[in-house]
Design a protein around this ligand. Structure first.
Ligand code: IPE
Ligand code: IPE
Ligand code: MG
Length: 249
């Protein structure tokens, strides 16, 4: 059985909780929701919310490093988000490309390893290229892994895995849970310990369906652009107070 939590000895970041020793989630996955409502509440176009949302990633990533998180997965664009008005989809894709190009150096300088989960086919070539470049650039970094779920859908991921297993010629008796996990986008990575959803909704929206089997959930009404270090700290502390049973007693 893998251990999924570990003590944060240098408890400065989370001082004030449990005598300074807190189990920190190794893998935190965030459903970054509420950009549109954040903008609407300010009388701004939805895209301004997406811009503020992408700016916020740097701040939360920094806090995750500080708290000792090893993997941060962020849900940036779902397979269902293609169904939004063309103007918003265009704007989002453009924004992502700009941010990836602009942040690549900074991410690399800070030891961030960027990974992509999702599909790149059907994605505009310029954006796909920018993504591939940052993956290559940061591949050897090991301070924190940032999984960007872009054009990601949990069901589509499982369908893809099933197809790949068939293509690989696996026999039914060769397929167990570990085999399936090896064929997912997250192959080789630990499952998320904590899933955070901003924006107040209580649903997964097709995020990490397989991997989330035993994740702890944390939802906050705070819109993503306002989700700061203190908000992440609260989520991590809430996690540290949960008792995970994994079906046992
Ligand atoms: C999340 O914010 C970002 C994406 C889904 C791309 P939303 O755009 O869903 O914001 P709300 O939920 O409409 O406020
Ligand atoms: C989930 O948010 C997807 C991302 C954050 C990228 P949505 O706004 O798409 O989810 P629903 O439509 O409210 O379920
Ligand atoms: Mg939303």
């Amino acid at each position: 059985m893998q251990t999924t939590t570990r003590p944060l000895e240098a408890a400065t970041a989370l001082a004030g909780t449990a005598e300074g020793i807190c189990p920190v989630p190794r893998h935190v996955a965030i459903i970054m929701d509420g950009n549109g409502r954040w903008a609407e509440a300010r009388g701004l176009p939805r895209l301004a919310g997406h811009r503020a949302g992408t700016e916020n990633i740097r701040r939360v990533l920094k806090a995750a490093v500080e708290f000792g998180v090893e993997t941060l997965t962020i849900y940036a664009f779902s397979t269902e988000n293609w169904g939004r008005p063309a103007e918003e989809v265009q704007g989002l894709l453009q924004l992502l490309e700009i941010v990836i190009r602009r942040e690549a150096k900074h991410l690399h300088a800070n030891g961030v390893r960027v990974r992509h989960i999702g599909r790149l086919d059907g994605v505009p070539e310029r954006l796909a290229k920018a993504i591939r470049r940052v993956l290559e650039l940061t591949a050897a970094n090991d301070r924190i892994t940032l999984n960007v779920a872009f054009n990601y859908g949990g069901r589509s991921e499982i369908v893809e895995a099933a197809r790949s297993m068939v293509r690989a010629g696996l026999r039914p008796e060769e397929i167990d849970e570990e085999t399936v996990a090896r064929f997912l986008y997250t192959a080789g990575q630990a499952d998320p310990d904590l899933i955070v959803r901003t924006g107040g909704e209580m649903r997964l929206s097709n995020f990490l369906l397989w991997q989330a089997a035993y994740a702890e959930y944390y939802a906050t009404p705070t819109y993503w652009p306002d989700f700061d270090r203190e908000e992440l700290r609260r989520a991590v502390v809430a996690f540290s107070q949960r008792r995970r049973r994994f079906g046992r007693l």
